[in-house]
Design a protein around this ligand. Sequence first.
Ligand code: FES
Length: 227
Amino acid sequence: MNTDATPHDISRWHPVAPSADLRPGANIVAGFAEGQELALWRSAGGAAQAWENRCPHRSVRFTLGQVIEDRLACAYHGWQYAAGNGQCVSIPAHPAMQAPRNVCAKVFGAVDAAGMLWVNLAQDAAAAPPSLADAVPAGWHFCRTLTLRAGAHEVRDALARHGFVAGVAQGAWQGALDAVKTIALILDAQPQLTFVHLWTEASPDSDAMKTLHSAARNLRSAIETQG
Ligand code: FES
């Protein structure tokens, strides 16, 4: 964890998932950032939510539950928690009972920018820096997310060896793989687990996109072999 950063630092915002992976009022996506396990979802109105993946009742993973409009319902006893503040608002076994005010999901800062969902784990997270929106140029396309069994620093070193340079947003590296222009958004998921979200100016069905997929697999092999 970066202990030098302040809550206002761009380095505290982690690119956890492509925004398009989360459908309003529908699915729950599992995520990680700095070792923290996350449940990612959207309210019916589209507001992004990033919660600790643990129900405050009996610690069952929220990712096993379901989204019901603006609430996330736990799979075990069905307690429901509200988007935004994570407050428990319904206990189905006791429908007449007011849910205790101190029963609350742990909620982290979440914002959509540049086609990605970004999460800030700081308790006093400030508003997301505007430069996040510049992490990926307008009109670029998502290619894929690489899962790497390596630390984030090893991944940064490997990208630097491939000629990538750090971009405007922390975690955004610009370069090319097999001559295809690429931006790599690095997510420090766990000490030996890093996700790299690859974006490119190549269009989805182009030969360049196929080339990038292949180059990405080669990059993963190179990094994991060196690790
Ligand atoms: S463990 Fe989630 S409602 Fe009981």
